[in-house]
Design a protein around this ligand. Structure first.
Ligand code: HEM
Length: 473
């Protein structure tokens, strides 16, 4: 067994052990039915089942950086579908919630109702702060001053700074026309590497993407900066263990200093160059916002590879994509390809647990939630609930056909990018990048999944992106 496999299994065992131990301690204070606050309270058995079916697989697959062997295992055992089924059972048993878990070390609630999910997201960052304890423990390994961990006055500086550089207000980033040639070049490299190897695999796809991300964010000078990438991967590996892994201050300092060098260079045509024109105070801490961008782009690498698998599974939809590509001119918005990426994110969310921490007492129909309660919104439960959604297990790009900002505001939380005031400020940029890269790869090429087939009538609960392989001709 490889070290990676061992690490992953050990970690999964650790998570389960910790959860079980917590419950064992908690058993003495547990009672089913209502809590003092009136909110429903899960039984010990249901809490244990939630730990086994929902938390453990997510944590074991890696929250900050994925562990490929565990992602493969999750698909083999269809763990993500089991997680959704577990959430459905809890909803059927306990009603709308929020459901309190009898954990002794922490106040923790699980959201079961679509309207409650929206309420929590709309009331972020206060009183529902995104800077939850576990997120702080994890992200502080490489970006302690990131906006996601910021509250109050610091957030008030950092969020607008992020929005200004990422041009959140516009579906097309002001730099988009300049980014297109980079996207075309990297797509050509990817296709060339696939031709040489005889197939397009994860290695080729991710390496091409990472070069592109470094060029867009930091400039062409960073295209070959594999050391920066390695440092980030190492720090993210530690972050997967949250506060249980010792911090690596020297590595973090080296990583942030390297980013600072690129920001000072401010290469024209990159976000680093664009950022140089944006006024900010020292509180904005730009070098600590950039790691989030580099790391968050990873989700696009995963989602766009899965999008290729989706298009292969639905030939009519592939034709729609091809029609869109054939009609493109200038710097096109590619709404259908954007919807395809959004669907890959709905079906297999890359942020499956949207976490908040209530900073004040909150009132619900059934009771009150005390301050400092962790609140978990399980995105796959809302995205893939086959008892409520006719499109749960199929590719449904039509969901995103309106302006998607309005689409997610309908009565059901489809939240691949979260929602409310903390919604991902990079969503337009990342959808532009992903759809344009897909267009460049598909243009004039046939891309066929060659090592497996998906059932178009029932897409799998989990899809292991690391082992997808395509023939390109
Ligand atoms: C497919 C790719 C991406 C997905 C699925 C995604 C998803 C998300 C989600 C779900 C959140 C909210 C987390 C929470 O509520 O706790 C978030 C926050 C954030 N994302 Fe993204 N993201 C992606 C790519 C990007 C990119 C490329 C950037 C920047 C270039 C970016 C920048 C950010 C920032 C700065 C935040 C923090 C917002 C805040 O705290 O106010 N994301 N993202």
């Amino acid at each position: 067994m490889s070290k990676k496999h061992k690490d992953s299994l050990l970690f999964a065992a650790g998570v389960l052990g910790a959860f079980g131990a917590g419950l064992a301690v908690g058993r003495g204070i547990t009672r089913s039915g209502a809590t003092a606050t009136g909110l429903p309270r899960a039984s010990v058995l249901d809490t244990l089942a939630l730990g086994l079916d929902v938390f453990a697989p997510l944590v074991a697959q890696g929250v900050i950086i994925r562990r490929p062997p565990m992602v493969a295992l999750a698909e083999k055992l269809d763990l993500d579908r089991r997680a959704v089924e577990r959430m459905q059972k809890l909803r059927d048993k306990y009603g709308s919630g929020p459901l309190m878990l009898p954990l002794p070390i922490r106040k923790q609630a699980v959201v079961l109702d679509p309207e409650h999910a929206q309420r929590v997201l709309d009331a972020s960052p206060a009183p529902f702060s995104p800077a939850s304890t576990e997120k702080r423990g994890a992200l502080a390994h490489f970006e302690p001053k990131a906006v996601l961990l910021s509250e109050g006055g610091e957030r008030a500086e950092r969020r607008p700074f992020n929005e200004a550089v990422l041009d959140t207000a516009h579906p097309m980033h002001r730099m988009a026309a300049g980014f297109l040639p980079l996207i075309d070049e990297e797509a050509a490299r990817i296709l060339e590497a696939a031709r040489e190897k005889g197939e397009l695999d994860w290695e080729i796809w991710s390496q091409g993407w990472y070069r592109l991300i470094r060029r867009i964010v930091l400039g062409n000078g960073a295209a070959e900066d594999h050391e920066l990438q390695a440092l980030l991967q190492r720090l993210r590996g530690a972050a997967n263990w949250s506060g249980f892994h010792p911090k690596m201050p020297a590595k973090r300092a080296r990583f942030l200093a390297r980013i600072q060098t690129y920001l000072e260079r401010a290469e024209p045509g990159s976000l680093a160059g664009f950022m140089a024109q944006i006024p900010r105070s020292s509180t904005a801490a730009p070098e600590q916002q950039v790691p989030q961008w580099l790391f968050a782009y990873d989700a696009a690498v995963i989602a766009s590879f899965r999008a290729l698998a989706l298009l292969d599974t639905y030939p009519e939809q592939l034709q729609r994509a091809r029609d869109e590509i054939a009609q493109q001119a200038g710097t096109p918005q590619l709404p259908f390809l954007r919807a395809t990426v959004l669907e890959a994110l709905r079906l297999w969310p890359t942020t499956p647990m949207v976490l908040r921490q209530s900073r004040a007492e909150s009132t619900w129909e059934t009771g009150t939630m005390p301050p400092e309660t962790g609140v978990m919104i399980h995105a796959p439960f809302f995205h893939r609930d086959d008892t409520r959604l006719p499109y749960a297990d199929r590719f449904a790009p039509e969901l995103w056909s309106e302006d998607w900002e309005r689409a997610v505001k309908r009565d059901w939380p489809l939240i691949p990018f979260s929602d409310g005031p903390v919604i991902c400020p990079g969503r337009h940029l990342v959808l532009f990048t992903s759809s344009s890269l897909l267009a460049a790869v598909l243009k004039g090429h046939t891309v066929r999944l060659n090592n497996r087939q998906l059932d178009p009538n029932k897409l799998p609960g989990s899809l292991d992106n690391y082992h997808l392989r395509f023939t390109v001709s």
